[in-house]
Design a protein around this ligand. Structure first.
Ligand code: TRP
Length: 450
């Protein structure tokens, strides 16, 4: 395809792309979701399946997604249209862009509600609500928050306004600078917490829980969840990384860049697990406690640490920030499309799209209180949104992306854009994208859903 230009600007360097993509990847998925689904799915063997999915499916698909974005240099919807034309492919493949837009709406609608919990916790922490906390009092405070739909709506609204505000200003001016300070700080606090966790009596049990592989605990559903989470945590399968790839300078190496992002993302998830589970085991809490795990364990740890109030407040502030830098990547693809194709200003596009997503979020809020007993397929609205997006739509999006890049596009066009220095690594990648990723995802999806 002839060289394209992005109307939304470019990242100023390869490092800024890494920063932005890491900001997208590292979020609630690492700190909130990974520990709790690991707890629900029995620990070690689940972690191993998750790591395998990252390596043989996630990383290759991420390279494919960045490549598509950089070739098209537009929103995922328009990039896919342009590539379909350029490659003489069937119109069907344009659906990758549209499906991604739907996934983005649905994910952001619940993501914002959970991010709202972390906003609420900044103030609970700072106000000393957890001084002298016990396992029981922490549970009560969390339960009270979930039982209060007005409060949840308020925090959800604040988070959506922040997200829209940043997307409306464009990514360059919005986040680029702050991420480079706040992400390392978040990591630093996690490491401090890790030091604390290592000193608790539950550390050995937690380590065993995470890293000893008991395959009898693996079920078809837990494999679906591990695969889905690999997509979720790397922000794959809906166009977020494609959109960010569209703003990536030509000179940067796709392969090395993606490896860096995936490494940082995985490291942060594992450290979060090593922080949270020792607290679970030392305090006789339930590893399978579900979505509240993070919010019921860390306040306990902070209440026992010197200067815990300060650390705790800062921690939840940084979690909210990590969530924000992920949320903007969920909004960006559709906003970029509305700017390109509907002639809207960025501000108008971000506002309208934000309002629709905000409304959808109400379904998630009510899942935790008034509608907690309203179940479809045995799941609340929140559980259904989470399952449908992470475990079905994202892997399906990734499957289609892998097939499009591996089988539909002209081989030379792909090779020219990916441009890996080592022919061996290139062949490994090509094999994974052509065969391993599509076959593995297809088997897991078909098995898991039946
Ligand atoms: N990866 C982010 C997290 O782990 C969430 C996220 C951001 C995402 N953009 C995405 C998930 C796109 C799926 C698709 O918190």
């Amino acid at each position: 395809m002839a060289e394209q230009k992005s109307i939304h600007g470019l990242w100023r360097s390869r490092w800024l792309f890494i920063l932005a993509a890491t900001g997208s990847a590292v979020g609630l998925g690492n700190i909130w979701k990974f520990p709790y689904i690991t707890g629900e799915n029995g620990g070690g063997a689940f972690v191993l399946v998750y790591l395998a999915c990252i390596c043989v499916i996630g990383i290759p698909v991420m390279i494919a997604e960045v490549t598509l974005g950089r070739l098209g240099r537009q929103s995922p919807i328009n990039t896919m249209h342009a590539l379909v034309k350029d490659q003489n492919a069937a119109k069907f493949w344009g659906g990758i862009g549209w499906m991604g837009a739907v996934s983005g709406f649905l994910i952001l609608s619940f993501y914002s509600v959970i991010a709202g919990w972390s906003l609420a916790y900044i103030f609970r922490m700072a106000g000393g609500a957890f001084d002298g906390a016990t396992a029981q009092s922490v549970g009560t405070i969390f339960g009270d928050l979930l039982g209060n739909p007005e409060a949840l709506l308020g925090w959800h609204t604040i988070f959506m306004v922040l997200t829209i505000g940043i997307v409306a200003r464009g990514v360059n001016k919005g986040l680029e600078r702050s991420i480079s300070i706040l992400m390392p700080l978040l990591f630093l606090i996690l490491v401090v917490l890790l030091g604390y966790s290592m000193s608790t009596e539950g550390f050995g049990a937690a380590f065993n829980f995470l890293f000893s592989f008991d395959f009898s605990k693996i079920t078809a559903e837990s494999i679906v969840v591990a695969l889905g989470h690999a997509f979720f945590t790397l922000s794959l399968g809906m166009g977020a990384i494609m959109a960010y790839g569209a703003y990536m300078p030509k000179s940067a190496s796709v392969g090395k860049t993606v490896l860096t992002v995936a490494f940082l993302d995985t490291l942060i998830a594992l450290v979060a697990g090593l922080v949270i589970f020792p607290i679970v085991f030392s305090n006789g809490l339930e590893a399978g406690a579900g979505p509240g795990l993070l919010f019921q364990t860390l306040p306990l740890a902070f209440s026992q640490m010197p200067a815990g109030t300060v650390f705790g407040t800062l921690f939840f502030l940084l979690v909210a920030f990590a969530a924000l830098s992920s949320a903007i990547s969920l909004g960006e693809p559709v906003v970029a499309w509305a700017v390109e194709s509907k002639g809207m200003s960025r501000v108008a596009a971000a506002t309208w799209i934000g309002i629709v997503i905000w409304l959808l979020g109400v379904g998630t809020i009510l899942s935790f209180n008034l509608w907690a007993d309203f179940k479809i397929f045995g799941r609340t609205i929140f559980d259904n949104l989470d399952f449908l997006t992470a475990n079905i739509l994202l892997p399906l999006g990734g499957l289609l992306i892998a097939i499009f890049v591996g089988w539909v596009m002209h081989k030379q066009d792909v090779a020219d854009e990916v441009k890996m220095e080592s022919p061996f690594m290139y062949n490994v990648w090509r094999f994974l994208v052509k065969f391993v990723a599509p076959v593995a995802v297809a088997i897991v999806l078909i098995n898991g859903l039946i």
